[in-house]
Design a protein around this ligand. Structure first.
Ligand code: NDP
Length: 340
């Protein structure tokens, strides 16, 4: 059985959907209350592959909220993720995706040192960040979006915001090796990590956001920002393709300008309906078929019987692994969202 560990996008969102999640008593509660709320299994479902195979899954709501990071409630954030992992293991999930900020909190605060959660010894082989499939999906979205706009990637300038991250660095590797994009602009805050990436790729220009964005034909947004940023559409090239792979999504309602085209990054659509309620709550446009690519990775690992932490650690995602998970994704009927 596979699992998904998810969380809501903000306190406001959590309060609005508490009733739908099955705990109406949380609806009027502030951050303090959510900091002490335990994880819960809120959905059980089946997923059918286009091959005919059917698997069973569960959704674990961790009760983590991004405000726990912005308001420095770090101990609460850590507790949320570890408790949700322990619950996933206790209810017998063989492979579980750490969605949204779950894997970022796990890595940032080095939680692999905390494998004992009360009476549960966490077995990390049973978890995956889902980042290999997410990076693959984002790259396919860049390719499809560029094609729709008539952009030739080998002649394009691509800015990757969050380039040194797990997903960002994988996207850079793919775009470099598969398309030899003309310019790769690398954006993040930590200079040393940027230089390490530049050395690994043997290319790429390190730039700040304000300098990079006006030069870019394509912007890939994969920074881990708990709050959104505002970009002035006038300063962007026209046409410009933006693939917003961050969670929470920051950009699609904020950048408005003719010629600027935004794709919701890292989202896939399945070819068949899925019997779950949870994607309505996380506000997918077609809740019975759409989901985050990281969640889909756990589904793919279960379909393929690859019960292992396929995506783990940081900055180790190879193009070969992206191709392997991509093949499984197509085989079982998943498709990246590509309509502009
Ligand atoms: P990482 O923590 O590995 O990387 C984050 C990157 O963002 C780093 O390069 C970091 O570098 C950079 N960054 C953070 N803050 C800023 C800032 N203020 N300005 C510029 N750069 C910044 O994260 P992941 O690669 O795991 O995830 C990236 C995003 O993708 C997240 O938003 C995550 O929620 C989302 N995601 C989406 C999934 C999906 O299924 N759609 C699945 C998994 C993740 P530095 O700290 O040096 O600035």
């Amino acid at each position: 059985m596979f699992g998904l560990i998810g969380h809501l996008t903000s306190l406001e969102h959590a309060q609005a959907v508490a009733e739908d999640l099955g705990y109406p008593e949380y609806a009027n509660q502030g951050l303090d209350f959510w900091c002490s709320a335990p994880p819960q299994v809120v959905d059980n479902f089946q997923v059918k592959s286009v091959t005919g195979q059917v698997i069973e899954g569960k959704y674990v709501e961790s009760c983590f909220l991004p405000e726990m990071l912005t308001q420095r409630r770090i101990k609460a954030a850590i507790r949320k993720i570890l408790n949700a992992m322990a619950l996933a293991q206790k209810v017998g999930l063989d492979i579980t995706a750490l969605g949204g900020f779950s894997s970022i909190v796990f890595e940032e605060f080095n939680l692999k040192q905390n494998n004992q959660v009360r009476n549960v010894e966490l077995d990390f082989q049973r978890f995956t960040t889902g980042n290999t499939h997410t990076a693959y999906v984002i790259c396919r979205q860049v390719e499809a979006g560029a094609k729709q706009l008539g952009l030739d990637l080998s002649q394009a300038t691509v800015a990757v915001c969050g380039a040194t991250g797990d997903i960002g660095s994988a996207v850079c590797r793919w775009l470099d090796s598969k398309h030899q994009v003309k310019e790769l602009l690398l954006i993040a805050r930590n200079r040393q990590r940027l230089e390490n990436l530049q050395e690994e790729l043997g290319r790429g220009k390190i730039m700040d956001l304000e300098t990079a964005l006006p030069q870019a034909d394509v912007i890939v947004w994969v920074a881990s920002m708990p709050k959104g940023v505002e970009i002035a559409g006038e300063m962007l090239k026209k046409p410009c393709l933006i693939v917003d792979g961050g969670y929470p999504k920051n950009l699609d309602t904020r950048v408005k300008a003719d010629g600027v085209h935004i794709l919701k990054g890292g989202i896939v659509e399945h070819s068949l309906d899925i019997t779950w309620e949870i994607m309505k709550i996380v506000e997918m446009d077609i809740p019975s078929r759409q989901m985050f690519a990281c969640f889909a990775e756990a589904i793919l690992l279960e379909f393929e019987g690859w019960r292992t932490n396929f995506s783990w650690g940081r900055n180790q995602i190879s193009v070969n692994k992206m191709e392997a998970i991509g093949e499984a994704s197509v085989k079982h009927g998943f498709c990246p969202l590509v309509a502009l």
